[in-house]
Structures are given as structure tokens and as C-alpha cells.
Design a protein around this ligand. Structure first.
Ligand SMILES: [Fe+2]
Length: 329
């Protein structure tokens, strides 16, 4: 799928719920101007928690063990499956303790855009049935969120992007891509084309960052770019990301490499890594089924992935480039 098709899909789908990209999702050229809001030795970025309270617990435990100056940023879509008010509240409590940026799910909970549906801006390669199910899922989640007016106000105030500094490297944190909250330009699919690579290079140049940390498109990628730059998409913190696996993934960017990294790239003094969030998979499956039993929209769209992982393989995620020193995991 060529990148221009992704863009056209978003543009042509502007009036189709779940396909379009609302204007309010546009990031704006000045998003990465100015000083970083976070300056640490170790930065964790976790997108796509998707309401998985077991993944939240495990992520927080792993992050707590991190030494030195550190920050954890939830870069959106921390809610999704958590239609049970108890789980919704647990996710809110956990995320509130750290920094966060908005995902399309949070945007659609806080300030629903007319006709945006789930706000995912799904490209052509995602089937119509999946889009329709997601649009119905956000309605269920909105009903839960109605009981949490303070949370909705907080979600509405979250920024769409953040800028961090780690060991002298500027890190742009986004949910979708550099242009849009729900952009698919930083998906593994888009980055697999030469057009996608060129578009990402333009985004690096415009933002003046050496690392982009993204999420949203649900499959992970760590791709190197000319000029000692790298883009890391953590896929999902709260769902399996690789075939026959059950763990989620978080991004870790640090001056010290972690022995636990699944894969990494080194950019000078900075290590860009994927860390497994090995949550209680059986406990999560029970929790998911209690909220989304067989026959439900989320079950139809996600249960196979939750129980078996996607068909994507770990070798497909790591994509080194000539001038970025690859460090085998
Ligand atoms: Fe998203």
C-alpha cells in the first residue's frame, strides 16, 4: 500500500466514520518547536494500552525498577476495551501518575467529532467490517466515560504531542504520525515503501528531532534513517504484537542499554529499544471476555490477536539503516 493511497484514503473518507481524519487532529508545524518538556536519562513511551489493566500493572512495575532520571509517557489510546467502570477508573488512576498525550480514542471520548466514529482514520487495507465494529465500540466506551466527567475534562486537556530530550537526542512523541493524531505515516506498512521513507525523512527534517516515538497503527517497527535517526512505533502496550506471543511492547530510549530489550538501535550515546510488557495473559483474557464476550464487536475484531498474536514476526519490526549502528538483541 503506497503512502499516497493512505493520505487519499484519509482525505476521501473525511465524511465516513472511522475513515476520516478530523481537522482538530492536525498536529501543526510548531509542535516540536521550543525546549523539551521532559529531560531524562531514560524515557519510556507506551501507546496502545487499550484498557488492559494487567499490562498497566506490569508496565508500572518494570518502569519502577528503572534507575536514574526517568519519565513514562502514555502516548495515547490508553482506553479502548475498558468499558467496565472499574477498569476505566483503574486506567485513569494509573495514567494520571505519569505524563500522557492524547490518542484518537481519548479525543473521541473527551470531545467527540461529528462523523469521526472511533477517530482511527483507518486506511484502505483495513476492512469495512472492522471499521464498523470500532465505531460501535467507541459508542460503548463513551457511555462508560459519561460517568467520569473529571476524566473527560482531563483527557480534553491532554496535548497531542510531546518533545523530550534523552542524552542530547531530541525525541518527538506522537500518537499517529508527525502530521496527525490518527496518521498512518509511521505505520510499518507505510514505512515499508520508498515513498513512506521519504515522507518520514521530511517529517524528521521539519521537526528537528533524531527520534520519533509513535503508536496507533497497532504493529511495531524500529526503523533507521540517514543522519543517525530512528523511528520507533511500539505497536501496542496492551496487546500481543508478534506471532505466537502474548506480551505487549513499550519503547525505551535511554543512555544505558537494557539487557531486557527485545531489539534495539544505537544512535550515538542513545539506545532506542523495544521492551516486552509480559503481563498476566490469562488474567487479561478473562478480563477482556468479561467485558467483550463471544459475539461482541471487540471479540470479533481482537480476540484472535489477544489469544494468538498477529501474523507479524519480530524480524519484520527491526529495520536498520546503513549509518545507524545495529546492536543485536
Ligand atoms: Fe490510535
Amino acid at each position: 500500500m503506497a503512502v499516497h493511497s493512505v493520505t487519499e484514503a484519509a482525505a476521501s473518507g473525511a465524511s465516513r466514520p472511522g475513515r476520516g481524519c478530523p481537522l482538530s487532529y492536525r498536529t501543526g508545524r510548531a509542535a516540536f518547536d521550543g525546549p523539551p518538556s521532559v529531560q531524562v536519562d531514560s524515557l519510556w513511551v507506551a501507546g496502545g494500552l487499550y484498557g488492559n489493566v494487567f499490562a498497566l500493572e506490569r508496565l508500572c512495575t518494570l518502569f519502577a525498577a528503572e534507575r536514574g532520571s526517568k519519565a513514562l509517557v502514555f502516548n495515547g489510546d490508553f482506553h479502548w476495551f475498558d468499558i467496565d467502570p472499574e477498569d476505566f477508573a483503574a486506567i485513569e488512576r494509573g495514567v494520571c501518575a505519569h505524563a500522557a498525550t492524547r490518542g484518537n480514542v481519548e479525543a473521541e471520548l473527551a470531545c467527540p467529532e461529528t462523523g469521526a466514529g472511533c477517530g482511527c482514520a483507518y486506511p484502505d487495507w483495513v476492512g469495512e467490517d472492522t471499521v464498523a465494529r470500532s465505531n460501535r465500540m467507541i459508542e460503548r466506551l463513551r457511555a462508560t466515560a459519561q460517568g467520569f466527567p473529571d476524566a473527560r475534562r482531563r483527557l480534553a486537556a491532554l496535548p497531542m504531542t510531546a518533545l523530550a530530550a534523552v542524552g542530547g537526542a531530541r525525541v518527538g512523541i506522537v500518537h499517529g504520525d508527525a502530521d496527525s493524531l490518527a496518521g498512518w505515516g509511521f505505520s510499518q506498512e507505510a514505512l515499508g515503501s520508498s515513498e513512506g521513507v521519504r515522507a518520514a525523512e521530511r517529517a524528521f527534517d521539519a521537526a528537528g528531532v533524531s527520534v520519533f516515538a509513535s503508536s496507533h497503527s497497532c504493529l511495531p517497527v524500529l526503523q533507521g534513517f540517514a543522519g543517525a535517526r530512528a523511528l520507533i512505533n511500539n505497536g501496542a502496550a496492551g496487546m500481543p504484537n508478534f506471532a505466537r506471543s502474548r506480551h505487549g511492547l513499550a519503547t525505551r530510549i535511554s543512555v544505558d542499554p537494557s539487557p531486557a530489550a527485545l531489539y534495539r538501535m544505537r544512535l550515538g550515546a542513545v539506545h532506542v529499544e523495544a521492551i516486552a510488557i509480559d503481563f498476566d495473559a490469562q488474567g487479561w483474557m478473562r478480563r477482556f471476555l468479561a467485558q467483550w464476550p463471544a459475539g461482541s464487536d471487540a471479540y470479533a475484531s481482537y480476540f484472535a490477536r489477544i489469544s494468538e498474536g498477529p501474523s507479524y514476526r519480530i524480524e519484520q519490526a527491526l529495520r536498520p539503516t546503513g549509518d545507524v549502528a545495529r546492536v543485536a538483541a
